[in-house]
Structures are given as C-alpha cells and as structure tokens.
Ligand binder design. Structure first.
Ligand code: BES
Ligand code: MN
Ligand code: ZN
Length: 500
C-alpha cells in the first residue's frame, strides 16, 4: 500500500472515492467535518441531529454531497471528545480503511490524524494511521481450497494535513508502513498451520528476507551446527520431534557503517521463541484449544517482522535477530521429567515439566547472544499461561533488571498503542527454581509462574542489559476472531527507531 499527504485547506475540493472526517459523540465536529458541513450546506449537522450518534466504532456513509467533490464522505464516530485518546484514533483509522477495503475502493483520504489528541503527536498519529490501514487489509488466504473473497483493492491512502505538518506526517507514514508490513508478516507466520510453518519454514523466511533487503544477512544453523555449539538445552526439546530444528541468525547492518561506528554503537539483539508447535512433550497438554499452540512461535515471528520493518526503514543501527526454532512433542526420544541437560552456558537444568520448554530453547539463544557484545538483548516469547492470568490480553509482560531499558520499552509501547506492563524480577523469587540434582530446575511451581520463568532466563543474561517480553496474552486472539495480532512489532520497531 502507498501512503502520501494531501495539503489543501479546501477539503471539499479533494477528489477521492472516500473522505474520512471525524465527529464526536457530543455533536461536536472536527475541523475537517466542519469544513465539509459548511460546503455541503449543513448536511453533516443535520444527520448528527437525527440518525448518527458518533459512538466509537460506528460510521455513516454520505454519498454525492452537494458542494463536495469526494464521492463519499465517511463520518467516523470518535466517541466523547473529553475521552478521545490515541487508541480511539487508531480505531477510527482502522474503521475507515476497513470500510474502504470492504467497499472495494482503491483509494481514500483521511483527515483523522489532524485531530489533536492528548498524549500523541502528529508524527505518532500518522504512523498509527498507516499501520492501522495495513492491519485492516490483512487477510489470511493461504490454506483454503474454496475460492475466497477477492483481496482488498485498497492501494492508496492519503492523509489530509496542513502544509506545515506534511514533513512530520510523511515521516510517520513511512514508519507506519514499515511497522504494518512487519506486522503482516508476523501475523501470517503465526496464522499458518504448524505442518506448514515448521522450523525449516521460519529459516527459509529469514533467507527470503535477506534476498529481499540488502541490509539483511541470514544464516540458518542446522542440527549438526547446533550440536557443535553445545546447545544441549535447546537440542533436548528438539529431539522429541522428527522435524529438524533451526537456529536462525538474521543480521541487519546499515549500509556504509564503518568499523569505528560499529564500535561506537554496539548492536541490539532480539531473541525469539520459535516453538512451531507446543504439545507439551511428555507432560502433554490437554486437548482443548491445543491447536492454538501453533502460535507458540510468535516470538520468532515478531523477530522476523521487526527485522523486516527496520530493513525497510534502513535503520541506522545494527540489529541481530536470533531464533531458536523446533517442535515440542511427546515421543520415545523426548525429554522426560527428571532428565538433566547441560545448557550452552554450562549450567545444568533439571527438567521437571517438559511443557516448560520455551525457557529451555531461549536460554541457549541468550548465551549465544553474548558473542555480539550487545548494548541490549530483548527476548520475546509466548512463555507462560501465568502471564495471561496476570495481565490478560491487554498488556505484554515486561521483565527487566535494567531500569533504563525497561523505561524505554514501556514508552515505546505506549507511543504505538502496543502497551507493556512491568512485572517484578527480584532475587527473592529465584529460590523457587532450586533443584536437588542440577544447577537449576525448569519450573518454579504455580505461584508467580510468569516471574519464575523470567527468573530462569535471567540466569543466562548476566553479561548484558536484558529485557524479556512475555507475549502469551497479546500475540494472538482466541475464539471467533482467532488470529495473530502482530504484537509486539510496533513496540519493538519504535524502540529501535529511538535507539538508531
Ligand atoms: N507455550 C506455553 C505457554 C502458553 C500457554 C502461552 C497457553 C499461551 C497460552 C508454554 O510453553 C507452557 O506450556 N508453559 C507452561 C509452563 C508451566 C509448565 C510451568 C504454562 O504456562 O502452563
Ligand atoms: Mn509448553
Ligand atoms: Zn511453549
């Protein structure tokens, strides 16, 4: 999709298939709606008095208004003005793009980002407009036998802004497009079935990205090379499946970066959990909703989506994506409760529950990350059901021993409507991971399950600044709207832009 800005005060003279204008529930018109209303002889105020209440997530289509060049004016309900927030703006842009897509329109113009909104800049609103539009046209079509509805035709969205604001809006649109494209990749990988999206498939996706973007370089390590690295913990999980594991290293190096510059700004490493299916292993999961464990590679998918976005942006900072990908299945070769494995770090791990496999694959990836002498390492994982109990589906769980890093990530999430909530990570929880037979146990009991999982990871991250994002509650939606969300790509890309 293409995004551009349109700078004209005479909104009624814009020729477009659809022009979005916002109205508030208290009958107040946005500046753009007011201009259109005057040009159309009070047509907007008239419908606001009668049928349109301008509640959030509602819209009304007005066609062929006298004095207005746009074929359709789409009134977008914004809710009460005093409650208008960045999230309401995102929903409004999403509703408009969705309308355009459903009506088979090829282009539209939105005035919504120009509406002032406490807690956001025009740059952020333009960015949100582009990513929301791309989210609205995402369709999963890969695995249907029967023909589906034709793909949305929407190819162009223009933001109507004041001339003085055009540069800022364009900057936001460019970032929003990259974020939106990254999210679509993340969503697609999540939504694909586990017999298609295997560890090998994730590796091939990384290689494909590296062919598409010249700043990206992909290396996919196979079983033999993972063995040579002594990733005994990761391999113990992979062993239970016929599907070969993959350890993916995807590097973004800005063009023309000198050795001195590289020394100056150490790379940032992203680490993703890539369990392409989690049956639980010998500690097998109950059957209900087990299909959703195809989403257990959403951390990996977020790494790939984020790397795609920063490559599209030609970000001026070196970023390395690491993915440990395998399946977690029961079999005659699978981990057993009581097994003790040796991680790449040399620490031994007693596996008391084979379903706590995410930390077993991540710990070796986190040790591998040391070789880059990183400025920061951020891992993301659908790690614990306990995190969903704690935070639901609103906030990603953020765990970090580094306050500055934690604050930067929280802010990056707030600015992109992709929020995270900081969780505790104190030494007092570590004792739950004591083992009588190894350096550490892989589970810490029912209490504070999301925290003890993070505590486990912290044992492997002593040599750099580190943060962990538990996305178990935010990476996908269940139920009728089942599907991947593309989170936390917006948070991560925004964080990386701030570090560039
Ligand atoms: N992938 C799951 C976590 C998960 C479960 C995410 C449900 C989203 C929804 C993870 O591998 C897992 O099974 N964790 C266990 C840990 C427990 C055995 C300590 C869990 O959360 O139950
Ligand atoms: Mn599991
Ligand atoms: Zn898992």
């Amino acid at each position: 999709m293409e995004f551009s800005t349109q700078t004209t005060a005479s909104l009624h003279q814009i020729k477009t298939a659809a022009l979005a204008v916002g109205v508030f529930a208290d009958g107040e018109l946005s500046a753009a709606a007011d201009i259109i209303d005057r040009a159309a002889g009070g047509a907007l105020r008239a419908v606001l008095k009668t049928e349109f209440k301008a509640k959030p997530d509602t819209h009304l289509v007005l066609r062929n208004l006298e004095g207005v060049m746009a074929v359709r004016v789409i009134l977008i309900g914004l809710g009460k003005k005093n409650a208008y927030k960045p999230a309401a703006h995102v929903n409004a842009e999403f509703a408009f793009a969705r309308y355009c897509a459903d009506a088979s329109l090829a282009e539209g113009v939105t005035t919504l980002a120009s509406i002032e909104c406490p807690g956001s800049s025009l740059h952020e609103r333009a960015r949100a407009a582009a990513s929301a539009a791309l989210s609205a046209v995402y369709r999963y079509t890969e695995t249907f036998g029967k023909p589906q509805d034709p793909a949305p035709k929407l190819k162009k969205i223009a933001l109507a802004v004041a001339r003085a604001d055009a540069a800022e809006a364009q900057k936001g649109l460019r970032e929003g497009r990259a974020i939106g494209n990254g999210m679509s990749l993340t969503r697609l990988l999540g939504d694909l079935p586990p017999n298609v999206c295997t560890p090998t498939y994730l590796g091939n996706t990384a290689k494909k990205l590296a062919r598409e973007f010249k700043t990206l370089k992909a290396e996919v390590l196979d079983q033999k090379r993972i063995e040579a690295l002594k990733m005994g913990s990761f391999l113990s999980v992979a062993r239970g499946s016929y599907e070969p594991p993959a350890f993916i290293v995807l590097t973004h190096t800005p063009a023309g970066m000198t050795a001195a510059q590289r020394k100056d700004k150490a790379p940032i490493v992203l680490v993703g959990k890539g369990i392409t299916f989690d049956a639980g292993g010998i500690s097998i999961k109950p059957a209900a909703a087990m299909d959703e464990m195809k989403y257990d590679m959403c951390g990996a998918a977020s790494v790939l989506g984020t790397m795609r976005a920063i490559a599209e942006l030609e970000l001026g900072r070196e970023v390395i994506g690491l993915i440990a990908a395998c399946e977690n299945l029961p079999s005659g070769r699978a981990n057993k409760p009581g097994d003790i494995v040796t991680s790449m770090s040399g620490q031994t791990i007693e596996i008391l529950n084979t379903d706590a496999e995410g930390r077993l694959v991540l710990c070796d990836a986190l040790t591998y990350a040391e070789r880059f002498k990183p400025a920061a390492v951020i891992d993301m994982a659908t790690l614990t059901g306990a995190c969903v109990i704690a935070l639901g589906h609103v906030n990603t769980g953020l765990f970090s021993t580094d306050d500055a890093l934690a604050q930067s990530l929280l802010q990056a999430g707030r600015e992109t409507n992709d929020p995270a909530w900081r969780m505790p990570l104190e030494d007092a929880y570590q004792k739950q991971l004591q083992s009588n037979f190894a350096d550490i146990a892989n589970i810490g009991g029912r209490d504070a399950g999301a925290v003890t999982a993070a505590c486990f990871l912290s044992r492997f991250t002593q040599n750099y600044a580190w943060a962990h994002l538990d996305i178990a509650g935010t990476a996908w939606n269940s139920g009728k709207q089942k599907g991947a969300t593309g989170r936390p790509v917006p948070l991560l890309v925004n964080y990386l832009i701030a570090q560039a």
